[in-house]
Design a protein around this ligand. Structure first.
Ligand code: ZEM
Length: 286
């Protein structure tokens, strides 16, 4: 047990658990980044519902959404950290874990602020179907991310997270990694997207993805239909080209947009202190 509010201690313990020799590519990092993203990515700006507050993936309604298949691994990795620092909320822990994982995998420092609540506000519960479907195209991506309040540049920057980790046949049905060093954050995803010839492949389970055999890695790398939509769409493409040639710009833009993602639905006062929904119900705004 650490002193309540000692986030530096929590960060150290998250960093220490990333090395997982028996798991995937040897790191818990990518799946922790995905946990942070899916915890926040249910947000709907129009109705101010969803988002990381409430840590809804602890419960079947959200945790059992097929879109969240596999994320129990991320939650299990974090359980010892939660036990040791029981004062931290799950909603803060999951978002902080994504931020620490990005940094530890040589990515940028993303601004993170505490204050998320685990209080489940029934009026804010997101329905299923708010997370993106990799089998679709540019219209679908815009529909999903505009709903959260992101623009085309931010969508492309966020998608650069696919430098990390892999697809698992038993989770999403897609298979393989985007880059050959999937535990090191970089702009390789954008460079490969533009420079390789991606061939459509139908997997045994009927799922359609794009592949390229990488000779250096002696491995087949992959792209989702949604990934390649970023190249074919005239408004997304210039950002792909920029991020492929300017790694520093990608890192800066990614850090800004990931920080925005994990703040969706979190209300703060002028001092950055959270105004939680209990206060709102108490008439703070009404
Ligand atoms: Zn992902 N993502 N994602 N993503 N994602 C997967 C894996 C990972 C989409 C998607 O369908 C998939 C963002 C956006 C989008 C990560 C981070 C972020 C997988 C594979 C799929 C199918 C899941 C599996 O089988 O385990 C789609 C359609 C997206 C938008 C168009 C954004 C935004 C992300 C963070 C900022 C990460 C890190 C992974 C790797 C997870 C792992 O376990 O290795």
């Amino acid at each position: 047990m650490s002193k309540p509010g000692d986030y530096a201690a929590v960060r150290r313990d998250i960093a220490a658990l990333l090395h997982q020799p028996e798991y995937d590519d040897g790191s818990a990092g990518p799946v922790l980044v995905r946990l942070a993203w899916h915890s926040a990515g249910t947000y709907d700006a129009g109705t101010d519902t969803g988002g990381s507050n409430g840590a809804g993936m602890r419960y079947e309604a959200e945790g059992g959404d097929p879109a969240n298949a596999g994320l129990q691994h991320a939650r299990v990795f974090l359980e010892p950290v939660k036990s040791k620092h029981s004062w931290i909320t799950y909603a803060d822990l999951w978002t902080l874990a994504g931020v620490v994982a990005i940094k530890e995998m040589s990515g940028p420092e993303v601004q993170w602020r505490p204050g998320r609540t685990d209080f489940v506000d029934d009026s804010k519960l997101p329905p299923r179907g708010r997370l993106p479907d990799g089998a679709q195209g540019a219209d679908h991506i815009r529909h999903i991310f505009y709903r959260m309040g992101f623009n085309d540049q931010e969508i492309v920057a966020l998608s650069g997270a696919h430098n990390l980790g892999r697809c698992h046949s038993d989770r999403s049905g897609f298979h393989g990694a985007w880059v050959n060093n999937p535990t090191r954050f970089s702009n390789t995803y954008f460079r490969l997207m533009l420079s390789r010839t991606w061939k459509e492949k139908k997997l045994e389970n009927g799922v359609r993805q794009f592949v390229h055999y990488d000779e250096d890695a002696d491995e087949e790398l992959m792209m989702l239909p949604t990934d390649l939509a970023l190249v074919s769409d005239p408004s997304f493409r210039p950002w792909v080209e920029l991020y492929a040639k300017d790694k520093d710009r990608f890192f800066a833009d990614f850090a800004a947009v990931f920080a925005k993602l994990i703040e969706l639905g979190i209300k703060r006062d002028a001092n950055g202190r959270v105004i939680n929904s209990d206060n709102l119900k108490g008439g703070y705004h009404s």
